[in-house]
Write a protein that binds this ligand. Structure first.
Ligand SMILES: [Zn+2]
Length: 167
């Protein structure tokens, strides 16, 4: 058990670029049939999990409690710390680096982040990172298609200290 100090945003699709199946859930629960697709054969034996998956429809699927370690970050570092799995929450968006993420995913992600920021004082807006930030050169997700400004704007609108908005 630990208090999470970082949220890592991921993009994932299985096979890459295909949406709507159950392969991501199968991978995270160690039930993926490695023989079903050539790409699955390439990643055969991979044991990974994440705390949350947000498919294209914006539903939330949780695999690991937030206070337990999941295996989403791999070799990684944030500021002066390595092994981000030890202290981070992983959120996977079903997607692909170059394809715009769905509006419903942004809505679900925003609500999730607000709840997490409220629940854990150890988290903050500055402790939300891309997988590509904590594993540069090795990972590219969630990719250029992910709209960080949209996320930050949504978060600052929701925070009570966000300033002088009139409406
Ligand atoms: Zn990732």
């Amino acid at each position: 058990m630990y208090d999470p100090e970082l949220i890592v945003i991921h993009g994932i699709s299985l096979p890459p670029g295909e949406f709507g199946g159950h392969e991501i859930e199968q991978l995270f629960t160690n039930c993926l049939d490695w023989d079903r697709h050539p790409y699955f054969n390439e990643i055969r034996g991979l044991e990974v999990s994440s705390h949350l998956l947000i498919p294209r429809d914006g539903e939330l699927v949780q695999f690991v409690p937030f206070t337990q370690r999941a295996w989403h970050a791999g070799a990684s570092g944030f500021r002066d710390r390595s092994c981000c799995n030890d202290f981070s929450i992983g959120i996977e968006l079903e997607g692909e680096d170059e394809t715009p993420y769905d509006d419903r995913q942004y809505a679900a992600l925003l609500g999730t982040l607000q709840a997490l920021l409220a629940a854990y004082p150890t988290l903050s807006v500055r402790r939300i990172a891309a997988h590509s930030d904590i594993a540069p050169g090795r990972k590219t997700d969630p990719g250029p298609a992910f709209d960080w400004l949209r996320l930050y704007d949504g978060l600052s609108d929701a925070l009570p200290t966000s300033g002088n908005r009139r409406n």
